[in-house]
Design a protein around this ligand. Structure first.
Ligand SMILES: C[S@@+](CC[C@H](N)C(=O)[O-])C[C@H]1O[C@@H](n2cnc3c(N)ncnc32)[C@H](O)[C@@H]1O
Length: 234
């Protein structure tokens, strides 16, 4: 590590706001410069290449960077985390920025997005991130993680079918669901049983840092369903 992230990713939208005061408490040490550089990458090339809507630029700090960073409160130490459907790096890249103790795999099927993600990883000089092009369901049986994160990727029942085969027994799916969390959890009961999930609960994080606090669904993986276990043994 040691090297500082590159600065000056132009063009950057005039609408990128100054970081709110609270961001100083969330992005500490090296994470501060990296968060600023990532905000510029999102507001510049991210918008130009259609990865982020231009109307999101004024909300990059609160709705995107801070909201994703507080998810780190729910991530155990030194885990291998896969961010399913990372898109422009949310929440996975932000988690890698704030948590140097974890390793993060950004899983994303679309080439345009993985190219952007690789450029971000290089520009921010992050050595705890891997970018993987592919779909979650294709990765089952090939890789195993301690934590899977996801934001705005799929309804919880579908997310369970994608995430559970990627998790070790006792691993956790952390799905950012906001106000839909309770409803999606209720609707996913049969899928929770079918996918061999253990406990499932709502968790709120970011109290005093983001308004409203972020609501997550945390699902602990039980024993992998037989099909995925067979694939893993091959
Ligand atoms: C609405 S975007 C959300 C991106 C990012 N998580 C965010 O919150 O800004 C959904 C992303 O999921 C990806 N995706 C869709 N199906 C997927 C699958 N089966 N496995 C992994 N990623 C998938 C899409 O390519 C897209 O980048």
């Amino acid at each position: 590590m040691g090297d500082q992230p590159q600065k000056g990713h132009r063009p950057v939208s005039d609408e990128l706001p100054e970081p709110p005061e609270i961001a100083r408490d969330v992005f500490v040490g090296e994470a501060w410069d990296r968060a600023g550089a990532f905000a510029e990458l999102l507001a510049g090339p991210g918008v130009v290449r259609g990865l982020l809507g231009p109307r999101e630029v004024p909300r990059i700090w609160d709705r995107h960077l801070l909201n994703c960073a507080v998810v780190a409160e729910a991530v155990p130490e030194e885990v291998r985390l896969v961010d399913i459907g990372s898109g422009a790096g949310l929440p996975g890249l932000v988690l890698a920025i704030v948590r140097q103790d974890i390793t993060v795999t950004l899983l994303e099927p679309l080439l345009r997005r993985t190219v952007f993600l690789e450029e971000c990883v290089e520009a921010l000089k992050l050595d705890n991130v891997e970018v993987l092009r592919g779909r979650a369901e294709e990765l089952a049986g090939q890789r195993e993680f301690d934590v899977a994160s996801a934001r705005a990727v799929a309804p919880l029942d579908r997310l369970l079918t994608w995430a559970m085969p990627l998790l070790r027994e006792g691993g956790e799916l952390i799905a950012m669901k906001g106000e839909r969390a309770a409803g999606e959890l209720a609707e996913a009961q049969s899928q929770l049983q079918a996918s061999g999930a253990g406990t499932a609960e709502l968790v709120t994080v970011g109290h005093g840092k983001v308004e409203p606090p972020a609501t997550l669904v945390r699902v602990v993986a039980g024993r992998a369903p037989e099909q995925a276990r067979r694939r893993r043994r091959r």
